[in-house]
Design a protein around this ligand. Structure first.
Ligand SMILES: [Zn+2]
Length: 460
């Protein structure tokens, strides 16, 4: 060994100090699982999850499932992997409650993410780069929604360390395929025997980031109706003026749709309604014309023309009158128009299986709503007005069963970057979210329904 005797002497003096510090560190770690609970360990687990590439079209679901199960094992949670469709594992975890007869809590999250255009990102989307000056963690899935899935587990770790034991059973589901409709994930799960046996009383699922200090809570979501309208008419020379051409008939419909769209949008612009509270209609394709080798035949009026619309309907709206509007104004048979009534290209009903509007009560009539608000406030979180989610999530499959399902992702002071380039979540915001879930899970898992409620429900 090289080095002066002075350096040697110095090192010898330091050694006892070092071993004392080490001993204390080991002691702390043994007492409260410190190696798992300090914030750098929490952040590095988040990064580990984010680094698993679960982007479509080839999500690495098994690697994600292995990771979730390993975290669950460190918490002694019961785990099982359900594979309703081969190659699409769903991880179901269980933290058993003291009273298994009470309805359980389900914390849902999806493991898949949307693809990323790597070259448009400042940091590679699956590196989970932590910018040390800002504290931002850049990754696809950092907002949508690997944050939430892991925050649930970190919150459970904190609760366990504090000695908390749930009264109600807490389930966690990590589902595949949300980003492509959830048919082989949450839908099959919600329809399964396994799900029925879980006796779920309430579901938490994803929400959206909030650019303000207020968290956002979602009690419903707009239902997608993908409408294709088709006009037919007699073909004719391009120079001839005559009535009922396919193009003229389609244009009249498009004008009518545009007026409706503008009126809905005006309500949003005027601040009278939130984005999720109006019907949105956007034309997504136009298909017409007679192809020729150089483009389209120019002196011929075609006999068919089609347009496609993405319509989003809030369950609070009168869907029947919208259907009437489509049949009478947008695609009237009197103008030789057809649309596939009752068989839209895709149509999600605004009603649940009991025929009620597919939404969760967002007031004190719903104890789960009140408990959630209270738990968030107890953890120093601020809340905005209840909202309707503008797009779709897996929560609809649980609401369809008549279950209360609330959309919530604890991200305040955060730009909305889901599906965008450079999606990120700040590490402090992530850590704060864990405290919020700690409060929520504690409130939910200890909730005892009052007998009064039972009686009044029976009367109903
Ligand atoms: Zn999502």
């Amino acid at each position: 060994m090289n080095g002066s005797s002075a350096a040697h002497h110095h090192r010898r003096l330091q050694l006892p100090y070092l071993s004392v510090i080490l001993a204390v560190a080991v002691l702390v770690a043994t007492v409260n699982g410190g190696e798992f609970t300090d914030s750098s360990a929490i952040i590095s687990r988040f990064q580990q999850y984010l680094r698993i590439n679960t982007a479509h079209p080839e999500p690495n679901y098994y690697k994600a499932a292995d990771f979730i199960v390993s975290v669950a094992n460190s918490l002694s949670l019961e785990s099982q992997i359900l594979e309703f469709v081969k190659g699409k594992p769903l991880v179901l975890l269980k933290w058993p409650g003291r009273d298994s007869s009470l309805p359980s809590i389900l914390l849902n999250s999806h493991t898949d993410v949307v693809p990323a255009e790597h070259e448009k990102w400042a940091h590679a989307p699956f590196d989970a780069h932590l910018d040390t000056s800002s504290g931002h963690i850049y990754a696809r899935g950092s907002q949508d929604m690997k944050c939430v899935g892991l925050q649930y587990l970190e919150a459970i770790r904190k609760l366990q360390n504090s000695g908390f034991r749930p009264l109600r059973t807490v389930y966690l589901s990590f589902v595949p395929d949300e980003e492509i409709g959830g048919f082989d994930g949450a839908k099959k799960f919600a329809d399964s025997e396994v799900f029925k046996k879980m006796n779920v009383g309430v579901v938490l699922d994803e929400g959206l980031a909030s650019p303000t200090e207020n968290y956002r809570l979602f009690y419903a979501e707009r239902c997608p109706w993908w409408l294709v309208i088709k006009a037919t008419g007699a073909p004719g020379h391009g120079a001839k003026l005559y009535d009922n051409t396919a193009m003229e008939n389609l244009l009249k419909s498009i004008e009518s749709v545009r007026r409706f769209r503008a009126a809905q949008f005006d309500l949003v612009k005027a601040g009278l309604k939130a984005e999720g509270e109006v019907i949105s209609v956007n034309m997504v394709f136009l298909k017409a014309g007679t192809p020729s080798p150089s483009g389209f035949v120019m002196n011929l009026q075609p006999s068919e023309a089609q347009a496609g619309f993405d319509i989003r309907v809030p369950p609070t709206m009168d869907a029947v009158s919208l259907e009437r509007r489509i049949a009478e104004e947008w695609a009237p048979a009197s103008r030789n128009m057809t649309f596939e009534l009752g068989q839209f290209k895709h149509k999600v009903s605004v009603f649940d299986k009991f025929g009620k509007p597919i939404l969760t009560s967002a007031d004190s009539s719903n104890p789960w709503w009140a408990l959630l608000e209270e738990a968030i406030r107890n953890a120093n979180g601020k809340l905005g007005k209840p909202e309707i989610f503008p797009a779709s999530t897996d929560a609809r499959y649980f609401r369809e069963l008549g279950l209360p399902a609330i959309g919530f992702s604890p991200m305040s002071n955060t730009p909305i970057l889901l599906h965008d380039h450079n999606e990120f979540l700040n590490k402090d915001e992530y850590l704060k979210g864990i405290d919020i879930y700690e409060s929520i899970i504690k409130g939910y898992a200890s909730y005892v329904e009052h007998l009064k409620d039972e009686a009044s429900r029976d009367e109903l």
